[in-house]
Design a protein around this ligand. Structure first.
Ligand SMILES: [Zn+2]
Length: 150
């Protein structure tokens, strides 16, 4: 996927990340798109809001999309490089492409996904980076909890 096309998919995930921050949550957002560009589902990390440690942004977007017969051609867009849990979800359901807002704050399963043939596009987006940097600096304990290093 061309960088410009991938970048055009980022705004919904970013909106979700900002909404999460406004709710006092972890500012990570995601969106799942169909092969034809239709938005299937969107969501954000809801660890704090729902007291649910498994509700990461990618998982929330995936669940919001409901049942899909196939994930062929879909694209998972996330503001931050996916953790092992969400990378496993991508592999489990055969999502072929992941667009990542930034992978500087957190590396996650990015290389593992790429090695398994998942197309990875890293945007290195400034707003995604500053959202996460601000959050991690202000809430190191909560961040450690979310990535299993609490
Ligand atoms: Zn995750």
């Amino acid at each position: 996927m061309e960088l410009a096309a991938a970048r055009a998919l980022l705004p919904v995930a970013l909106q979700e990340a900002r909404a999460g921050l406004a709710e006092g949550g972890i500012p990570i957002g995601a969106a799942l798109y169909a092969a034809d560009g239709r938005l299937l589902g969107r969501g954000r990390n809801r660890r704090v809001q729902d007291d649910d440690p498994s509700m990461h942004a990618e998982t929330a977007a995936f669940r919001a999309a409901g049942r899909q017969r196939s994930y062929g051609g879909t694209t998972m867009v996330t503001t931050l490089s996916p953790c092992w849990h969400c990378s496993g979800l991508v592999r489990q359901f055969g999502i072929p492409r992941v667009v990542i807002g930034e992978a500087t704050t957190f590396e996650g399963g990015r290389e593992w996904l790429a090695g398994a043939g998942v197309e990875i596009v890293v945007l290195d987006d400034e707003e995604c980076r500053s959202l996460m940097r601000g959050f991690v600096l202000g809430n190191p304990g909560l961040w450690g909890e979310d990535i299993g290093e609490g």
